[in-house]
Write a protein that binds this ligand. Structure first.
Ligand code: IPM
Ligand code: MG
Length: 358
């Protein structure tokens, strides 16, 4: 019997729609081969939602998302909406979905596919063999703390963003990171700024307490500024990195360079609930939107993470990942990863190549 799954599809803005079409093309092939019956529910979010229904995250989208088995999300944002008031900015859709669905953990695997060494701005010998995962806390910290904007008694404006963490918010993400490390190379790096921030000192205390439950895992505390440096100095030394929301945002973009292009990086956002949320790490790339040249790899690999984490289908997930690897090995590239001799494909052509190998 076919396995029924309801997938909410939120393409969003800019290249979001293009990479989503590409990933769905591949997913339809997966559906056939692995005997699924997918129902695709399309939903609006981001700038396009503001333009169409007046808000970046319509209630209807949220309701659909809550009922889904999994959510595929493209990207949101663009210059058109940059001057909108905060509550109408496209990013609010993403932040709202993360918060409302309780998606507190964001997994960002950083893997260098063989052949892409030359696409990176770093030396091949530094990045060869890179394979680690950033576990980013996603529903707390400075992203969601109280925000203020006011005028002081002299009439000068001031603003503040509160960085707040409760112990239980730290503990659940740290435990998840320990479990991941346990199943990998058993090496956890907890990244903070404990020399300055009180929230980081609490973070460290929690990590030190939880570690006794995972005696096989080696833990190292690392300050975020040092981590930023180590990532480009000796990236192969990392296995699992766990960190708070904003540090994770910044470090994962930096880490993208280790894989050749930010167009390569998938992510999965998970919580206590059943619904998983899958999105590329890259944004809406307004500069190339509509040209059909965006790299769909991150979206395709995010879809593979959906198969793995939401549908517990390791076989189908690695089938997709191997197909991507093979296409790259055959010398096919998109414009962002092209160096010289390779054949450059459009977004859809790349997806078709991947699909043909599944
Ligand atoms: C990311 C993005 C988002 C974030 C933006 C679009 C709000 O940069 O997913 O990394 O900061 O979390
Ligand atoms: Mg980011």
């Amino acid at each position: 019997m076919a396995k029924n799954k309801e997938i909410v599809v939120i393409p969003g803005d800019g290249v979001g729609t293009e990479v989503m079409d590409a990933a769905l093309f591949v997913l339809r092939v997966v559906q056939k081969k692995y005997n699924y019956h997918f129902t695709f529910e399309h939903a609006l979010a981001g700038g396009i939602a503001t333009d169409t229904v007046g808000v970046p995250l319509p209630e209807e989208t949220l309701e659909k998302a809550k009922k889904a088995d999994a959510i595929l999300f493209g990207a949101v944002g663009g210059p058109k909406w940059d001057n909108h008031p905060t509550h109408l900015r496209p990013e609010q859709a993403l932040l709202g979905l993360r918060k409302e669905l309780g998606l507190y953990s964001n997994l960002r695997p950083i893997v260098l596919f063989p052949g892409l060494e030359e696409s990176s701005s770093l030396k091949a010998e530094i990045i060869e063999g890179v394979d680690f995962v950033v576990v980013r806390e996603l529903t707390g910290g400075i992203y969601f703390g109280e925000k203020q904007r006011a005028k002081d008694s002299n009439g000068y404006e001031y603003a503040s963003d509160l960085l707040l963490y409760h112990e239980h918010e730290i503990e659940r993400i740290v435990r998840l990171a320990f479990q991941m490390a346990q199943n990998r190379k058993k090496q956890l790096t907890s990244v903070d700024k404990a020399n300055v921030l009180e929230s980081s000192r609490l973070w460290r205390t929690v990590v030190d307490r939880v570690k006794s439950d995972y005696p096989e895992v080696t833990v190292e505390h690392m300050l975020v500024d040092n981590c930023a440096m180590q990532l480009v100095r000796r990236p192969t030394a990392f296995d699992v990195i766990v960190t708070e929301n904003m540090f994770g945002d910044i470090l994962s973009d930096e880490a993208a360079i280790l894989t050749g292009s930010i167009g390569m990086l998938p992510s999965a956002s998970l919580g206590e609930g059943l619904v998983g949320f899958y999105e590329p790490v890259h944004g809406s790339a307004p500069d190339i939107a509509g040209l059909g040249i965006a790299n769909p790899t991150a979206m395709i690999l995010s879809m593979a993470m959906m198969l793995r984490h939401s549908f517990q289908d390791e076989e189908a997930a690695s089938d997709v990942e191997k197909a991507v690897e093979k296409v790259l090995q055959m010398g096919y590239r998109t414009q962002d990863t092209k160096t010289e001799d390779e054949k450059t494909l459009t977004t859809m052509e790349f997806a078709e190549k991947v699909a043909s190998l599944i």
